[in-house]
Design a protein around this ligand. Structure first.
Ligand code: ZN
Length: 413
């Protein structure tokens, strides 16, 4: 079990004890005052052996329990979360001029998205804190993930998603038995409503950024990628970015591995945003290494999971990527839809638009000659079955035939 040494504000640097504050730094407020969970790294370094994970760790993210903020294994759910496949697609790498390409398929988590890594942690924290009701606002995946993991416990779930959330994600919520509110407004509006409701009714809030433990679950993708490559990390990794929490988790995961001395360098982390929803990329470009300045926008993109105009984890997403030498790129919706098809046909992995956005970023950087001879990893953060209507826009229609061989022959001509 990870022994938390404290919670640190990423803006003012204030240090709090593990139970001093619930969500964010009181001086800096919910937007700038996001908290970073810190452990006793010296003790961890002295007591942990990275090879022990490979010998005996469970085939889930709970293999990294000593690096996670849970008090015991008492509330770990039976659902298998993490330890998702990492595919080495050497023929695609060769075509793109890369030395190696690895696809991390997080669509294979229990509710089919990367968000399961965080929801599983938060469901444990809610039980440790005796909070019977958990809530969150979400573009869809975080909510269906929370509902799924809560369903495996006695917790109740109240969910706020924008009215426009894809059908499959709303269906997932209802199937898992969550109380679902479709909010008339964007994700950003739903987010504020969930925060108000959590405070008014005493619910435990899983919404991105405000809860410091989310990033802890989200870092495990980086830990797995490193371990699956025998601690030889690729030169560069790509990940889609909406609220900024997943990329912050991935950066923190690599940074902790470096602190523990288990990897010798941190990969260049490239955040990929949709052109119509890129406030973090804009803030990153303007960042001077001191204060993060940002402007909220009205976001619009086909990639619903990263359609975020008011990103809540923007401070971490800018600072962490800057500190570790990463960067941001943007891609068009057209490139995202094209990447769904290319990824599926080149690797057999079907991604939702936000997941394919990371692949679109890789393709764009490769086409620009920026990855010549590099090894690369791509985090596919959601399964394509989450949003088939977007994929259907670019795949044409199947052929309808009379049930006869002759009819087939006619069409094959
Ligand atoms: Zn602060």
């Amino acid at each position: 079990m990870g022994t938390i040494r404290g919670l640190h504000c990423v803006t003012c640097g204030a240090a709090y004890g593990p139970n001093d504050v619930e969500y964010t730094c009181p001086s800096c407020g919910p937007r700038r005052g996001t908290l970073e969970v810190r452990y006793d790294y010296e003790t961890l370094k002295a007591s942990l052996d990275r090879d022990a994970f490979q010998r005996s760790g469970p085939r889930s993210q709970w293999r990294y329990l000593p690096l996670l903020p849970v008090e015991s294994d008492a509330y770990i759910q039976p659902l298998r979360v993490g330890w998702t496949p990492l595919y080495n697609v050497s023929d695609v790498a060769a075509r793109l001029g890369l030395s190696a390409l690895y696809i991390k398929d997080d669509g294979q988590n229990p509710t089919a998205s990367y968000k399961d890594r965080a929801s599983s942690v938060v469901v444990i924290k809610a039980q440790e804190k005796n909070k019977p009701v958990v809530t969150c606002a979400s573009t869809g995946n975080a909510a269906s993930s929370l509902a799924g993991f809560a369903a495996s416990t006695s917790l109740e779930t109240v969910i706020f998603v924008p009215e426009t959330a894809p059908e499959a994600k709303v269906a997932q919520l209802l199937v898992y038995g969550a109380r679902v509110f479709l909010v008339k407004g964007s994700y950003d509006v739903a987010y504020d409503l969930a925060a108000e409701a959590a405070e008014a009714f005493g619910w435990y809030n899983r919404s991105a950024a405000v809860n410091p433990f989310m990033v802890e679950g989200k870092k495990t993708g980086a830990l797995e990628l490193a371990e699956q490559l025998n601690w030889q990390v690729p030169d560069v990794v790509f990940v889609g970015v909406g609220d900024g929490s997943v990329i912050s988790g991935i950066c923190k995961g690599f940074a902790e591995l470096k602190m523990l001395g288990w990897i010798d360098r941190i990969p260049e982390v490239v955040g990929v945003q949709a052109e119509g929803s890129a406030p973090i990329a804009v803030a990153f470009a303007a960042y001077d290494g001191k204060d993060v300045w940002f402007e909220d926008i009205e976001a619009a993109t086909v990639a619903d999971s990263i359609c975020v105009g008011k990103p809540r984890d923007i401070i971490k997403a800018v600072k962490y990527v800057h500190t570790h030498g990463g960067r941001y790129v943007t891609v068009s919706d057209e490139a995202i839809l094209d990447a769904i098809i290319r990824l599926a046909r080149e690797t057999g992995v079907f991604a939702e638009p936000a997941g394919a956005a990371a692949y679109a970023g890789l393709l764009a950087c490769a086409a620009a000659g920026e990855l010549e001879g590099a090894s690369a990893g791509v985090f596919i953060t959601g399964n394509g079955l989450k949003d088939v209507s977007s994929a259907r826009q670019v795949v044409g229609t199947p052929t309808i035939v009379e049930p006869s061989l002759r009819a087939i022959e006619e069409h094959l001509k």
